[in-house]
Design a protein around this ligand. Structure first.
Ligand SMILES: [Fe+2]
Ligand SMILES: [Fe+2]
Length: 258
């Protein structure tokens, strides 16, 4: 059974620069790191608010830079992997010992070719919520799907996520869906932002204008001024991480709370 959306994995071009970005700007805390000498892979897990971001660096440039995968925890890796592949997902890496040395992993491709990592291990990396002057929680991870229903079926059916909320978008004849495992939410949105499928990390904040002022005061460069959030409640602004992942700030109640 898949029991947790554990992390968003991001392949970075400069590990120290990315760790600095997430820790200094967003208050994230490094909770685990490892280096695999043989492959030149370095991994840092950061707890951001209540969630996890995995930063991966490959000395040999093995994978393209940018948001790379969702990592889910399974309590029966072989069975879950076989079931999802049997239902049509493309297998990429068969169940094996994880490259990090912690537990076992497998990788497959979901709708739109998005990489899904399945992990079976006992490595509780996060607890509580990392404090920040303005960031209250990761509201959701934004996934741009070319076909809402196909993505919805995959994440609810194969990966066991439950529905938080669905909002019809009549102008685009589609639906915006929020799905979760516990505190971790994925937004399935239409392909409206351009750029990669794994598009953004949306953070619930107290006050977007205060966040922008804070970011500027510590030398960061936001993407632009705050604007009304789509949907009409609250305001939104963003900053882009060193490898193109958009970090959104939204000052409205968390999607899990409404
Ligand atoms: Fe991962
Ligand atoms: Fe979003």
């Amino acid at each position: 059974m898949i029991r947790e959306l554990n992390h968003l994995g991001i392949v970075v071009s400069d590990l120290n620069r990315s760790v600095d970005f997430y820790t200094k700007l967003l208050g994230a805390k490094k909770v685990w790191e490892t280096k695999v000498e043989a492959s030149g892979m370095e991994i840092a897990y950061l707890q951001l608010a209540q969630g996890l971001v995995e930063l991966l660096f490959f000395a040999d440039g093995a994978l393209p830079i940018g948001a790379n995968h969702f990592g889910f925890y399974s309590d029966n890796l072989d069975e879950d992997f076989a079931r999802i592949v049997e239902h049509g997902a493309e297998p990429v890496v068969e169940p094996r010992a994880a490259g990090s040395g912690a537990g076992r992993q497998a990788i497959l491709r979901g709708p739109d070719g998005v990489s899904i990592e399945l992990l079976q291990r006992d490595l509780p990396l996060r607890s509580g919520t990392v404090p920040h002057p303005h960031i209250q929680a990761i509201d959701h991870f934004g996934l741009q799907a070319s076909d809402h229903d196909r993505a919805f079926d995959f994440y609810t059916g194969e990966l066991g996520m439950a529905v938080v909320k669905q909002i019809p978008i009549s102008a685009l004849a589609t639906t915006l869906s929020y799905l979760h495992h516990g505190e971790d939410v994925v937004e399935i949105c239409p392909d409206i932002h351009g750029g990669p499928r794994l598009h953004h990390i949306a953070l619930a904040v107290d006050d977007v204008e205060a966040v922008l002022a804070y970011l500027v005061s510590i030398g960061a460069v936001p993407d632009g001024p705050a604007r009304p959030a789509a949907g009409g409640v609250g305001r939104i602004a963003s900053v882009t991480d060193p490898d193109g992942v958009v970090i959104e700030f939204i000052d409205r109640p968390r999607v899990l709370e409404v």
